[in-house]
Design a binder for this molecule. Structure first.
Ligand code: AHR
Length: 506
């Protein structure tokens, strides 16, 4: 079954945005404690941060990191996490039925972020708390000095303000599971007044208002419209969250998860633009897709402890990803990039141990899950402009999304060098698919010079359920795809069943 892709540098969607390659660190399970922070580990620095995890974070190519939650933030008192560690309280974390010793707080996170070379994206608690506590945290972080909280930061040893740009106005406030869950109207008022006041301290911040927790929420669409009708002039982004998993053995639908992500983005964009028109606004609200991944939510380890058991850093949400999961993650990246005109930031949830590309053993080894690879490749090689790719492909029937194309793809082109990266997934479960790409427009843009394959790497395995472990995380990696060839200005490449491929042209 032949597939034809059309690339033309004249047709661009928008720039590749570094913030598309963000991730997320929540006080949840072993993400912080024994994840990024493990003083007992041989690679730990003087602050207790694991050097091996910092290395892997850099290799993954993460741009922004959202912190400290997630559901956790909706019950969090940020003041618990500052000052002398031996005086910090241990608190109940109601979101994950755990205890938090507060050994990592905002100052430690900022130390880690600097070490990992990532931009922080801070969330405030609009569940159990409100405007004042958000203002206090912003003052602590961004005001240079001479006031109570800014001087407290300095007294705690952090002379310079952090000047954090990205701020999330709470988390998933549409979800009944959220501590302090609100109706759209209630949240719209609180978020708007919090945003207005935060901007009085620092007008340069960029604010993310909560959108929907998934496209299947009963309030999806209407929530966005109500929240933006109130907050439009005070915020910059609306959030979107989406998790996918293979359900009831329906691999075909699972492999087409990006269809839902495209639909999600299209719907939120429509809601935001409706409010723009009705409210006679001129600016546009863009999307921060600040939680996305594969997450097997029905597996036992996604269920928090109960009763009197309030453990510190329990094993929670430690999904083991297989090759098919990596292909879906790659396809979700394709969707985020293809929508770069409206998706201005995104966060793979999460970074370490908790539904994560990076895994650690407490005090021991660290290793990469399968989903690490497509993210790292796209982060490194998606450069310049996103091209609008024409896709002619046969379709296959799915239970969840109807007929969907067998192949999905996006491409980027660096206008400086002419380098092109093509990211393509084969959703076929039974056999390889041949892809043909006419390169004549690229050749024309290069002044007639030949365009050739620089590198072609494919991630696949005869058994798509293969998953990496601490003992074997390397026997299935992206491998050279020797079928990729350019003959007479036409690229052809064979994509194995259930696969992710990056072809670099130059
Ligand atoms: O990432 C795991 C959880 O998923 C987050 O805490 C929450 O925001 C979402 O429901």
């Amino acid at each position: 079954s032949a597939v034809t892709l059309t690339l033309d540098p004249a047709f661009t969607v928008g720039p590749v945005r570094r913030r598309t390659f963000g991730s997320f660190v929540e006080h949840l399970g072993r993400c912080v404690y024994t994840g990024i922070h493990d003083p007992e580990h041989e690679s730990a620095d003087e602050h207790g941060f694991r050097g091996d995890v910092v290395e892997l974070t850099r290799e993954l190519g993460v741009s922004t990191v959202r912190y400290p939650g997630g559901n956790f933030v909706s019950g969090y008192r940020w003041e618990d996490g500052i000052g002398p560690k031996d005086q910090r309280p241990t608190r109940l974390d109601l979101a994950w039925h755990s205890s938090d010793p507060n050994l990592v707080g905002v100052d430690e996170f900022m130390q880690w972020a600097r070490k990992a070379g990532v931009e922080p994206m801070m969330a405030v608690n609009l569940g159990t708390r409100g405007i004042q506590e958000a203002l206090d945290l912003l003052e602590y972080c961004n005001v240079p000095g001479g006031t109570y909280y800014s001087d407290l930061r300095r007294a705690n040893g952090h002379e310079e303000p952090y000047r954090i740009t990205m701020w999330c106005l709470g988390n998933e406030m549409d979800g009944p599971w959220q501590i302090g869950h609100k109706t759209a109207e209630e949240y719209a008022r609180l978020a708007t007044e919090t945003a207005r006041a935060m901007r009085m301290i620092d007008p340069s911040i960029e604010l993310v208002v909560c959108g929907s927790s998934s496209s299947s929420m009963p309030t999806f669409g209407a929530w966005e419209a109500t929240v933006l009708e109130e907050s439009y002039e005070f915020v910059d982004y609306i959030s979107a969250h989406a998790y996918y998993f293979e359900e009831d053995g329906d691999l075909g639908s699972f492999l087409a998860s990006a269809v839902d992500m495209d639909h999600f983005i299209e719907s939120v964009t429509a809601a935001a633009d409706y409010v723009r028109a009705a409210g006679k606004h001129t600016k546009r609200i863009n999307i921060s897709f600040d939680e996305w991944n594969v997450w097997y939510q029905k597996r036992a380890e996604s269920v928090p402890p109960t009763g009197d058991d309030w453990p510190v850093a329990p094993v929670l949400l430690e999904d083991r990803y297989n090759v098919a999961d990596a292909v879906v993650v790659g396809n979700l990246l394709v969707s985020l990039l293809r929508n770069t005109d409206r998706v201005h930031a995104a966060s793979l949830a999460q970074l370490v141990n908790v539904i994560a590309p990076i895994m650690t053993e407490p005090g021991g080894r660290s290793w990469k899950q399968t989903i690490f690879h497509p993210f790292a490749q796209a982060s490194e090689h998606a450069v310049g402009d996103v091209l609008r790719v024409g896709i002619e492909a046969p379709t296959y029937p799915t239970a969840r999304f109807g007929e969907v194309p067998l192949v999905d793809a996006v491409a980027t082109r660096d206008p400086e060098t002419g380098a092109v990266s093509l990211f393509v997934v084969n959703r076929s479960t039974d056999g390889s698919t041949g892809v043909t790409v006419d390169l004549s427009a690229l050749r024309h843009a290069a002044g007639g010079a030949d365009v050739d394959v620089v590198e072609a790497l494919t991630l696949s395995n005869p058994d798509h359920t293969w998953a990496a472990t601490a003992d074997d995380s390397t026997s299935v990696l992206p491998q050279d795809n020797s079928t990729a060839k350019v003959v007479d200005g036409v690229l052809t490449v064979d994509l194995p069943a259930v696969s992710w491929t990056m072809v670099r042209l130059g």
